[in-house]
Design a binder for this molecule. Structure first.
Ligand code: ADP
Ligand code: ZN
Ligand code: ZN
Length: 817
């Protein structure tokens, strides 16, 4: 009898691969364990065992697996089911889901190793000096890692030398895998067992008479152990005894003390819960009841609650409920909304039961959360996370909360799977038999439609907590202000007045500008030329901080130019404006007040956000200038004025969601004003004060915004009435993209008819030297999604079978944004 395993490889190929295993391995292996397998000529991948069987593959000879990497499965059945759905729904391979879902440390990288080529006949005189050094080193040890070669040669780039050595047959490359993840170990000490009896201990203390410090250490250890049953850390012993680690070390060397290690977690919250949850007011109470009732016959309930209505406190009650039933809870937020404010708040209620999982955390921290969830440890019973947290190994979810459910950043853009975390969460909940609560002040059109049609439950919380009034929103027509010369830079007299008044009262101010960088575009006044990115089809933007021009798509950068690159004129001007320029202007307008900026440039790194936020919270900063990061669930007590510098930049965007999004963004920013007692003030500057969206924002009228938008969606055949699949072709060769896209669109039309749109170049049609061209497939209600996708897949395969098109990359984006 022969044994085989079908494994999932972390690659885009839509199939599984079969490897040979021994009988013992077959008995040991379980679905969800990782194995290292050879692939291709020399690669080694980490693969996931999916099936164990006895059927020899018919078309190829199965290779042996290299190694088993786990003793127990690290991925569970629920996940595999969910991943399978994700792969099918979002039209990618399950291997791609596997690769995205696991922390990279679980995917064991290949590290290149060079080894001596024993069979070759080497003519040493044929080797150059550096080559000889490597050759010689390999006489002493059979393999070298690339970085060891670097050390020997005292240089970084050794690939060319290695390549020559390979060509000369001196070495060959070997790929080996290694574990990246190293659990953090904490050192502990205990008294050696030979001193366990009291008599032995007394004798020891006598012996240590001449070494008072060592004696001190032993005494301290003794008294610490008497106080607690827990192991004693070396660090604690050092502190309590007041003796240096060297003294402790010498006792360990003498075998008086014994040292041992215990693995600890990096994601560590040592505190207990310190607060009881708040008592809900009558409106929150009513909402809670509606949600619970909704859950009786619906799996999903939408909670529409205006900003500062106390949604979070309602979530907390539902979480308590789920915990009481010993269920796991997933609390999803968009990446940028995951603030320390919220983490602290939840940890106050739930102590160390709360684990945080998002991309700003290190690989090791993510591995720890993964393991805690996998083992169903109570310290990860509530996971607070961004998008990727839907991929964790939950085994018994009871509740998923998707807060700020309207946020576009729940959709993964690149790479595959291009999933929407809200939608993936709903499917995940179905797998677990769990409930989903979607929360937002400004629900997405899709979710509100689902609530309206009865697919989801709905509860509306329309009052701010403490009956604080919704902010007063004033529109300022900047076209007129310009005409009347009432503008200073980008600030109208009205905004300046209000700012002055707030500052006089010692209040803080938030200013919103939806562009980062300083004066994004540099343009020549003489010939109109604007410096372009050489790799992408966009203008470079100016970054004052480094005095550089940079590309926001590929990161290309060059020094700011003194003269026009096209005509040499030195009359360059900057167009458009961003947060940096606003910050600069504020400093000039209010030189006695402190200004800070919050955007991608100032908040890099894990603690980037927290620093800016806590400075503002501590009122070290009077005026905070920022991008959309400011919109997300922040709760500042002392802010009563919010200024939106230019609403039009949001509205004029070529996208069917642009209006919905502008409304959401402006409402959210406005929601930062006046969250406590006083009514807040919002000033929106715009060239089009009569624009319907601006009007709807100013009257806080979600209902008519929804009515307008849903009608437009129906009329122009967009979601939720039609589903969208965007197919993007990418290639460096412009003609190839053009021809290929035409071929593909024509073929698709034969089966899908009028609902195939394009091909068309997107607004930025060249990125990183690749041309992009899009085809949009619209799928009407009632047309089978499954069949449509199968059809697209079939046509894609015939496309890739055309030899010249094989070089074209095809990206599928289901429910594209
Ligand atoms: P939302 O999530 O809807 O924006 P929050 O839950 O952040 O609103 O609540 C806004 C503010 O009101 C917070 O400071 C919160 O602590 C406070 N709050 C909400 N509900 C209560 C309550 N029932 N008792 C006391 N304070 C509350
Ligand atoms: Zn010029
Ligand atoms: Zn670029």
């Amino acid at each position: 009898m022969q044994y085989f395993t079908d494994v999932i490889l972390p690659i885009p190929l839509q199939r599984e691969f079969t490897y040979r295993i021994s009988e013992a391995e077959a008995r040991f292996l379980k679905r969800g364990m990782r194995v290292a397998v050879p692939f291709g000529k020399s690669k080694v991948y980490t693969a996931l065992v999916n099936k164990i069987h006895n059927d020899r593959p018919t078309v190829y000879e199965a290779k042996d697996i290299e190694q088993i990497l786990d003793e127990v499965p690290v991925v569970n059945e629920h996940q595999l089911k969910h991943w399978q759905w994700m792969a099918e729904y979002y039209m990618c391979s399950i291997g791609e889901v596997f690769r995205t879902a696991m922390p990279s440390a679980f995917l064991l990288e290949s590290e290149t190793i060079v080894q001596r080529n024993d069979t070759a006949n080497i003519d040493e005189s044929d080797l150059k000096d550096e080559e000889f050094l490597v050759y010689e080193a390999l006489q002493h040890q059979s393999v070298l890692k690339v970085h060891e070669v670097s050390d020997i040669l005292e240089k970084k780039k050794v690939f060319p030398i290695l390549r020559r050595l390979i060509e000369k047959g001196v070495i060959s490359l070997k790929e080996e895998i290694y574990e990246q993840y190293k659990p953090k170990l904490v050192r502990y000490v205990k008294l050696s067992t030979s001193y366990a009896s009291e008599a032995a201990l007394h004798q020891l203390l006598d012996e240590l008479h001449r070494a008072p410090k060592q004696r001190q250490v032993v005494m301290t250890l003794f008294s610490l152990s008497a106080k607690t049953k827990k192991p004693i850390k070396v660090k604690d012993l050092e502190r309590e005894s007041g003796c240096a680690v060297a003294i402790i070390r010498s006792l360990i060397d003498k075998d008086v003390l014994e040292e041992f290690h215990i693995q600890t977690d990096r994601v560590h919250y040592s505190g207990e819960a310190t607060e009881a949850s708040k008592e809900l007011n009558e409106f929150q109470q009513e909402t809670l009841q509606e949600v619970i009732q909704g859950f009786e016959d619906k799996n999903v309930v939408l909670l529409q609650g205006v900003t500062s209505s106390g949604k979070t406190e309602v979530y907390v009650k539902l979480i308590e409920e789920a915990l009481a039933q010993e269920k796991q809870v997933l609390y999803l937020l968009p990446e940028i909304a995951l603030t320390t404010q919220l983490i602290d708040r939840l940890q106050n209620y739930f102590g160390e039961k709360v684990a945080v999982y998002h991309s700003r955390y290190s690989v090791n921290e993510r591995v720890e959360v993964w393991n805690n969830v996998l083992k169903r440890r109570s310290k990860a019973q509530i996971v607070l996370g961004a998008r990727s947290a839907v991929n964790l190994p939950f085994s018994d979810l009871g509740l998923i909360i998707v807060d700020e459910e309207h946020e576009a950043s729940f959709k993964q853009y690149d790479p595959a799977p291009r999933y929407h975390a809200r939608d993936a969460a709903i499917v995940l909940a179905t797998i677990h038999g769990a409930k989903v609560l979607l929360g937002s002040a400004t629900p997405s059109i899709e979710s509100f439609y689902n609530a309206n049609t009865g697919k989801y439950g709905l509860s509306v919380l329309s009052r701010r907590f403490g009956n604080v009034l919704m902010p007063d929103i004033e529109l300022v027509d900047i076209k007129e202000k310009h005409r009347k010369k009432r503008m200073k830079g980008h600030f109208s007299d009205r905004l300046i007045e209000e700012m002055q008044e707030s500052l006089n009262k010692g209040e803080q101010i938030i200013l919103f500008q939806n562009r980062r960088g300083y004066a994004p575009i540099v343009e020549c006044n003489t010939c109109g030329h604007a410096p372009q990115c050489p790799n992408c089809d966009v203008s470079l933007t100016y970054h004052q901080f480094r005095d550089q021009l940079r590309c926001h798509y590929c990161g290309y950068q060059m020094a700011m130019q003194q003269a026009c690159l096209a005509c040499g004129s030195n009359e360059l001007s900057t167009k458009g404006f961003g947060t940096q320029q606003i910050e600069q202007e504020v400093k000039e307008l209010f030189p006695d007040h402190k200004v800070a900026r919050m955007d991608l440039d100032t908040t890099r790194g894990k603690h980037g956000f927290s620093k800016v936020i806590s400075a503002f919270e501590q009122q070290e900063v009077d005026i905070l200038v920022g991008t959309q990061m400011l919109t997300k669930g922040l709760d500042f007590r002392n802010v009563n004025l919010v200024g939106i510098l230019n609403a039009d930049a949001l509205l004029n965007y070529p996208d069917f969601r642009a209006h919905e999004r502008s409304f959401q963004l402006m409402q959210q920013v406005a929601g930062r004003a006046g969250r406590t007692k006083k009514r807040g003030k919002v000033i929106i500057q715009t060239y089009n004060p009569w624009h319907q969206i601006v009007q709807q924002v100013s009257s806080n009228d979600y209902a008519s915004m929804y009515e307008d938008q849903i009608n437009e969606r129906r009329q122009y055949k967009y979601p939720p009435f039609f589903r969208l699949i965007r197919i993007t072709l990418k290639q460096r060769d412009y003609n190839l993209v053009n021809e290929g896209a035409a071929w593909l669109a024509k073929a698709l039309r034969q089966g899908l008819g009028e609902y195939v749109l394009g091909p068309e170049f997107p607004p930025v049609s060249r990125i990183r030297n690749e041309y992009h061209k899009n085809i949009l497939v619209k799928i009407p209600e009632g047309q089978s999604l499954r069949k449509t996708k199968d059809h697209i897949q079939k046509i894609r395969n015939s496309f890739l079978a055309v030899p010249q098109y094989r070089k074209v990359k095809i990206v599928m984006d289901v429910d594209c944004y």
